[in-house]
Design a protein around this ligand. Structure first.
Ligand SMILES: Nc1nc2c(ncn2[C@@H]2O[C@H](COP(=O)(O)OP(=O)(O)O)[C@@H](O)[C@H]2O)c(=O)[nH]1
Ligand SMILES: Nc1ncnc2c1ncn2[C@@H]1O[C@H](COP(=O)(O)OP(=O)(O)O)[C@@H](O)[C@H]1O
Length: 313
C-alpha cells in the first residue's frame, strides 16, 4: 500500500468513526415492542378488561406509556360499538385531528374526552368493593390475580403494625408502620376503617388514596377482615361486600397448614376466628367460592362490573 493509499484509508476510517452506522435492528425491535404494547392495550379495552376512562387517565399521567402513544382513533375504535364512521364523526365533534395520540391531547381536548365518557356511560360509576372471608381462604391470592389481570380495578395498600414477612415490600404489600405512627394516623382520621386482626396487629385502609381513585372513576377493591367490612358497610352504605368462601372446612384447614406461615398456636387461634367469620356470610351481598383461583377472580370482577352498571344500589 502506498503512502497516499494509507492516508486515504486512514481518512476514510476517521469519517466512519465519526459517523457510526446506527444499529437498525435495535430501533426496529423497540418499535415492534411498542406496537405490541399498544395492541395489548387495545385488546384489553375491547375485552372489557380495562376501562376506557382508566386508559385515558393513565395516558395523561404517564407521557411515555403505551397508553399515551395510542392514537385517539385506535383508542376509540377499540371501544364496543364504535365503528370507523362513529369514530370519525366523534373525533370531528371533539375537535381532535386524525393523527393525534392520546398523550398528545391538550387540556381542552382532554376535558372534552372526559365529558364524552361521562355522557356515553353516565350510569357506570366507580364502586367500593370489599373482599373478606376467613383466614387462608385465598383472599390475598385472589386479590393478586385481580391486580395482575384486571388493572382497571384499583386496590389500596393498607397500613399495618405487623412486621414484614420475607419478600414483602414496604409500600407495596403494606405500609409497615410503628404503633406510634398507627396511633397518630387513627387520631388524624386518616383511616377509612381500621381493626385489630387476630387479636394481634392493627390494619387500616388509607382514606385519601381510596377517595382519589374513586374520584378518577376507578372502582377500588379492599381486601380486609370482617370487622373492617362492617365499618365500610356503616360509612359507605352503597359499598359492595363480597364474601370469599372455601369449598369446605377441611380445604380451609389444608390451605392454612399448607401456607406454612403460622405456628401451631397461631393456626389454632386463626381457625377459631375463622368459625366466627364463616358465620357472618349472610351479612354479605354475595358469596364467591374459591375453588379455582382464576374462576373466583373472574366472579369477583363480574360482581364489580355489575355493581358499576347498577345505579340503583
Ligand atoms: N380491617 C382491615 N383488615 C385488613 C386490612 N389489610 C389487611 N387486612 C386483613 O388482615 C388479615 C391479616 O392479613 P395478613 O397479615 O396479610 O395475613 P394473611 O392472613 O396471611 O392475609 C387478613 O384477614 C386481611 O384481610 C385493612 O386495611 N383493614
Ligand atoms: N383456589 C385455591 N386453590 C388452592 N389453593 C389456594 C387457592 N387459593 C389460595 N390458595 C392457597 O391457600 C393459601 C392461603 O391463601 P392466602 O391468599 O394467603 O389466604 P388469605 O389471604 O385469605 O389469608 C396459600 O398457600 C394459597 O396459595
Amino acid at each position: 500500500m502506498s503512502d497516499a493509499e494509507r492516508a486515504s484509508e486512514a481518512r476514510l476510517r476517521g469519517v466512519i468513526d465519526q459517523h457510526p452506522v446506527p444499529d437498525p435492528g435495535a430501533a426496529g425491535r423497540a418499535a415492534v415492542e411498542a406496537r405490541r404494547a399498544r395492541a395489548a392495550v387495545k385488546r384489553a379495552i375491547a375485552a372489557g378488561q380495562r376501562g376506557a376512562r382508566d386508559v385515558a387517565e393513565r395516558a395523561w399521567q404517564e407521557p411515555g406509556s403505551p397508553e399515551a402513544r395510542l392514537r385517539v382513533e385506535e383508542y376509540l375504535g377499540s371501544l364496543r360499538s364504535m365503528g370507523p364512521k362513529r369514530v370519525e364523526a366523534l373525533m370531528a365533534s371533539l375537535g381532535i385531528a386524525r393523527a393525534k395520540r392520546l398523550g398528545g391531547l391538550g387540556g381542552l381536548q382532554r376535558e372534552r374526552v372526559r365529558g364524552w365518557l361521562d355522557d356515553v356511560d353516565p350510569s357506570r360509576r366507580p364502586r367500593l368493593i370489599v373482599l373478606a372471608g376467613p383466614t387462608a381462604v385465598g383472599k390475598g391470592t385472589v386479590a393478586q390475580y385481580v391486580r395482575d389481570h384486571f388493572p382497571q380495578i384499583r386496590q389500596s395498600v393498607s397500613a399495618t403494625t405487623r412486621s414484614p414477612r420475607p419478600g414483602e415490600i414496604d409500600g407495596v404489600h403494606y405500609a409497615f408502620v410503628s404503633d406510634a405512627d398507627f396511633d397518630r394516623m387513627v387520631g388524624e382520621g386518616e383511616f377509612l376503617e381500621w381493626a385489630k386482626v387476630h387479636n394481634q396487629s392493627r390494619y387500616g385502609t388509607p382514606r385519601s388514596s381510596v377517595q382519589a381513585a374513586l374520584d378518577e372513576g376507578s372502582s377500588v377493591l379492599l381486601e380486609i377482615d370482617l370487622q373492617g367490612a362492617r365499618q365500610v358497610r356503616e360509612s359507605f352504605p352503597d359499598a359492595v361486600l363480597l364474601f370469599l368462601a372455601p369449598p369446605s372446612w377441611d380445604e380451609l384447614v389444608r390451605r392454612l397448614v399448607g401456607r406454612g406461615t403460622e405456628t401451631e398456636d397461631e393456626r389454632t387461634r386463626r381457625l377459631e376466628t375463622a368459625k366466627v367469620e364463616l358465620a357472618s356470610q349472610p351479612e354479605f351481598d354475595a358469596t364467591v367460592v374459591n375453588t379455582d383461583i382464576a374462576e373466583a377472580a373472574r366472579e369477583v370482577v363480574e360482581h364489580i362490573l355489575a355493581a358499576e352498571a347498577d345505579p340503583a344500589r
